[in-house]
Design a protein around this ligand. Structure first.
Ligand SMILES: [Zn+2]
Length: 241
């Protein structure tokens, strides 16, 4: 692996005080719209997603999601990342889709945090109620660079999602945690497991296929929920639209 972002920014977290102005119910975050290979005029196509607002401590860690940037293959901890406190504080190159963010582990942490939270929020909105995780903990742990492998998985035993990375055909690293489809797919496994615990115990060959098919459908449709993707498809860069 080449450059790794290991800088640890100063911790600026403080608990909300009584006289603080009320926080808006949602906040916006920049994510990669589909994956780093989908580009527009040389820049990665980015999207803005709206999430339930919450205070995050370095990790980042919130009420429902905790990023644990530990690489089990290399036995290396990449540190607790502190995300920008607001959308306006995000580095400009994140929003512009500068290809440098492929190696920016702090951005990777934001990308997985935002997509997992967005998927959870979508399910809760559709169901009209809160959803727990199947393992009885209120936080799911996410390893954005958890293993050197071209794979990603959900593990109820590890109470989390593990995203692998591998060497791409061009020789550069490929991070599965930067793929919208992969992150939403794995999150859906966790949510479906929370809704139907026994579905992970195959009683016939179709049961595992249902888990995979359902996770794929949610991943595919959630990509098309992004206006940036729809606009990109309807108006290709350089095309007449
Ligand atoms: Zn799957």
């Amino acid at each position: 692996m080449a450059t790794i972002t290991r800088k640890r920014p100063a911790v600026r977290y403080r608990a909300a005080a009584k006289d603080d102005p009320p926080r808006p119910p949602v906040r916006q975050m920049t994510v990669i719209a589909q994956d780093p290979s989908v580009r527009r005029t040389g820049r990665i196509l980015m999207a803005k997603v709206a999430l339930p607002a919450e205070d995050l401590i370095p990790g980042p860690m919130g009420y429902r999601v905790q990023i644990v940037d530990y690489d089990a293959t290399r036995r290396r901890f990449h540190g607790a990342h502190q995300l920008p406190a607001t959308y306006d504080e995000e580095p400009r190159h994140w929003r512009k889709g500068d290809p440098r963010l492929i190696r920016d582990f702090r951005f990777h942490a934001q990308n997985v945090y935002a997509l997992v939270m967005k998927t959870l929020a979508r399910f809760e909105f559709a169901l009209g109620r809160r959803l727990g995780w199947s393992f009885g903990n209120h936080q799911i742990k996410i390893a954005p660079h958890g293993m050197f492998d071209a794979n990603a998985f959900y593990s109820p035993v590890q109470e989390g999602l593990v995203f692998g990375y591998f060497k791409g055909l061009s020789g550069g690293p490929v991070f599965t945690g930067l793929s919208h489809d992969v992150v939403v797919h794995e999150t859906t496994h966790a949510l479906l497991d929370a809704l139907r615990e026994r579905y992970l115990v195959p009683s016939n060959a179709d049961q595992a296929a249902f888990h995979e098919g359902f996770a794929d459908v949610i991943a595919l449709l959630s990509v098309f929920a992004l206006p940036e993707i729809v606009q990109h498809l309807l108006q290709p860069a350089g095309g007449k639209g």
